[in-house]
Ligand binder design. Structure first.
Ligand code: ATP
Ligand code: MG
Length: 276
């Protein structure tokens, strides 16, 4: 064997062994805490939610198309320009309908450390949450709360903190996201966030997640929408959910099927619809 051949052989022997591929696992289905939602617009729990659930199922199928590319875009955030546009409710309802899909499990993260609401909306009291993991080193697995049939898990906001912007843009947060993102191949991660215009952390979160779902409530000033989308321009805005639309603004040729639900919601003084 020539010296060159020997050197090559030695070099091959010295090479680091290939990293074993990450085990591809499905999220374990642990029986979860029963939900006692506090809001009648949470799908499946209010008597006016059949039409709304149908809108969320449409949103689900569009999202599945947009996110199942070569690289699976499974970390999503929900945001809007201003407060009260329906971010938290959308995050929950989307989580619920995605978890109904046979192929997926969902982790809902309350990334609104200023005005956390997911646990209240869902009627649960998690002992720990995101801020406890980031500030006090609580293991994420202790803070995850399986709900319902175990396909939906909540990581609540956790304890109060004075510096949510710093915390949510910290390396610790990015590491936590990498950890939860890579763990299960069937899992969508949906982060509820504060509105874009008043708070800095929403922009930070948009830089390390795969896709942004932007909520626009009917009546929001277009200048605010444009300013927010400009702030989010480095993120991957997947689409806009138009929330609180009046019936006469929606153009669904199948809507006659849901007329009775429309009538019921209108008689209750509520109009809702969501479109991407
Ligand atoms: N389509 C809708 N029709 C009627 N009411 C709605 C609709 N969407 C949300 N709401 C109501 O608006 C209020 C705010 O909703 P939600 O908490 O989801 O907004 P948010 O954007 O998360 O607010 P915040 O910025 O304060 O976190 C709730 O009382 C909710 O029930
Ligand atoms: Mg909210």
């Amino acid at each position: 064997m020539s010296r060159i051949e020997k050197a090559l052989e030695n070099a091959v022997r010295r090479r680091e062994p290939l990293q074993a591929p990450e085990p591809i696992q499905q999220t374990p289905r642990r029986e979860g805490l029963p939900l006692t939602p506090s809001n009648p617009r949470i799908v499946g729990f209010g008597d006016q939610t059949a039409f709304v659930a149908e809108e969320y199922r449409k949103l689900r199928s569009i999202l599945l198309q947009l996110t199942k590319r070569q690289t699976y875009l499974n970390t999503l955030m929900v945001t809007s320009s201003e407060s009260g546009e329906g971010k938290s409710l959308t995050a929950i309802n989307l989580g619920l309908v995605l978890a109904q899909d046979y192929n997926h499990t969902v982790l809902l993260i309350d990334g609104d450390l200023r005005r956390p609401s997911l646990h209240d909306y869902l009627g649960v009291k998690p002992p720990f949450g995101l801020a406890d993991c980031l500030l006090d080193g609580v293991d994420v697995s202790r803070a995850l709360m399986p709900l319902d049939n175990g396909k939906l898990t909540l990581l609540a906001a956790g304890r109060k903190t004075d510096n949510p912007a710093e915390l949510l843009s910290s390396d610790k947060m990015k590491t936590l996201m990498r950890e939860v993102k890579g763990r299960y191949h069937d899992r969508y991660i949906i982060i509820d966030t504060p509105p874009v215009l008043p708070f800095a952390e929403t922009h930070s979160i948009s830089t390390y997640i795969d896709g942004v779902l932007f909520i626009v409530k009917e009546g929001t000033a277009m200048t605010n929408v444009a300013a927010s989308l400009d702030i989010l321009k480095d993120g991957n805005v997947l689409g806009i959910v138009y929330n609180g639309a009046r019936k006469d603004r929606t153009s669904d040729r199948y809507s006659h099927y849901y007329d009775q639900y429309y009538r019921r919601t209108e008689s209750a003084g509520i109009s809702e619809a969501s479109h991407v």
